[in-house]
Design a protein around this ligand. Structure first.
Ligand code: AMP
Ligand code: MG
Length: 417
């Protein structure tokens, strides 16, 4: 197949330049809202949260055993203490502990004020209320300090963090019931193309099902996005222009797929020139055809290519970082590392390629990556079978099996070997 983007690489914008331009153009949203903790997963914190309490608020036992006073230990000798009560988790020992006494204690239970040590239950011998401590009993052990996890007044979670399940647990341990988060960003999206029909209808010759919109819907399924699915819009200037104007009234961002090339029925650039300000680039990546980026009034738009794999790559590499910036989120770079490639990969110099790969790890911990098969921008099946991108730099002219290559995993699991 002839490379459809045979444009000279000098005319193409590097992905870094494109990302830099988008970053400079975007203003994170300022509006916030209050949510209850159970609704906060995946939302972006607008204000740092400080702990109103010490976590934990009491000294407590790190294991099941016996709490005692360290001065009762006789150096290098076994000793016996009298058990005078029990401290249960949630039901502390109520009396004063005296020298010569100890308390049965369970994990998480409050350590009596006078005690400073807990010995593991397996270490002692119990003879009714007489507890025999061995000579090698260690003192000042197994007591969790007040505020050992987080001190009262200290930061639990910083602002701009997207809340994970662990963050939710931490907030719950501080008793936080409500939070101020960034409001959701509103994203309208539609597919363009006369050939597209909805699932459920029978395909006529020349028609295809609109896979991009379902795909985009999945990519946009994030708790801090609120999406507006605007369906399929035909390759009709009037209809497209009306759709853009309507979407711009209701959304912070518009994402479209298709119609962004320079064919006769590719109207996106022309329409956006009419009703907004537009940057229209050819980016030096493959897959990834022209990308339209710009603004209609206060609404940003991203016009993505039509081929489904190009949609995924441009979304993940270009649109997703922009959406994260817009939602006010702090985020890092994608995880990339080196693996040994077990396939021979073909490539012409000129564009950075995101090939689809299958990443695995052997028993020694070494990473290997194989090509996931056909690499055409229309081949969604190989994308579905892959678990990583193989990233080939612009100037690369392919590689041989056994060479090292950069990979970007899609998730934190790899194929079992
Ligand atoms: P275009 O950018 O409109 O020229 O589209 C490029 C290729 O992507 C064509 O083969 C289209 O049929 C295909 N395509 C465009 N939109 C979609 C869609 N929503 N779902 C699946 N394929 C699409
Ligand atoms: Mg089209």
């Amino acid at each position: 197949m002839i490379d459809e983007c045979s444009q000279k690489s000098s005319q193409l914008l590097s992905i870094e330049e494109a990302l830099g331009r988008i970053k400079a153009a975007l203003c994170p949203i300022n509006e916030t809202e209050q949510v209850v903790l159970k609704d906060a997963l995946g939302r972006v914190l607008a204000e740092a949260v400080y702990s109103p309490i010490h976590i934990p608020q009491d000294r407590n036992a790190a294991m099941d055993g016996y709490a005692f006073i360290s001065s009762d230990r006789i150096d290098g000798q076994a000793f016996v203490l009298e058990m005078v009560g029990i401290s249960w988790a949630g039901r502390p020992f109520q009396s004063q502990l005296q020298s010569g006494q100890c308390v049965r204690i369970f994990t998480g239970a409050v350590v009596p004020e006078q005690a400073d040590s807990v010995v593991m239950q397996e270490m002692v011998t119990v003879e009714e209320s007489a507890i025999h401590f061995p000579a090698d009993t260690r003192i000042l052990q197994n007591v969790r300090g007040i505020g050992e996890d987080v001190k009262k007044g200290c930061c639990l979670i910083p602002e701009h963090k997207q809340l994970t399940a662990v963050d939710m647990g931490l907030l719950a341990s501080g008793g936080i019931a409500q939070l101020i988060v960034k409001r959701k960003i509103k994203i309208a999206y539609f597919s363009t193309g006369d050939e597209l029909i909805a699932i459920g209808k029978t395909l006529e010759s020349g028609q295809i099902y609109d896979s991009n919109r379902t795909l985009l819907g999945g990519l946009l399924a994030e708790p801090n996005y609120s999406v507006i699915d605007m369906g399929v819009i035909a390759d009709n200037k009037q209809l497209l222009q009306e759709s853009f104007i309507k979407a711009a009234k209701n959304a912070d961002v518009i994402i479209t797929t298709g119609g962004a090339s320079v064919g006769d029925a590719d109207y996106i650039k022309e329409i956006l020139d009419n009703c907004g300000t537009v940057n229209f680039w050819k980016i030096a990546i493959k897959p990834g055809k022209p990308l339209a980026f710009g603004k209609i009034n206060d609404c940003y738009f991203f016009g993505l290519p039509g081929n489904p794999v190009a949609v995924v790559v441009t979304f993940q590499q270009i649109v997703a970082p922009a959406l994260r910036q817009l939602s006010g989120m702090q985020y890092g770079k994608p995880l990339r590392f080196t693996a040994t490639c077990t396939s021979t990969l073909k490539k012409a110099p000129g564009r950075q390629e995101f090939q689809r790969g299958v990443l695995s790890q052997d028993e020694d911990g070494e990473f290997f990556v194989a090509s996931a098969g056909q690499q055409g921008s229309n081949i969604l099946s190989s994308m579905s079978q892959s678990n990583c991108y193989i990233i080939l730099p612009k100037e690369s002219s392919g590689l041989n099996a056994g060479d090292s290559v950069a990979v970007e995993p899609f998730s934190l699991s790899v194929k079992e070997q």
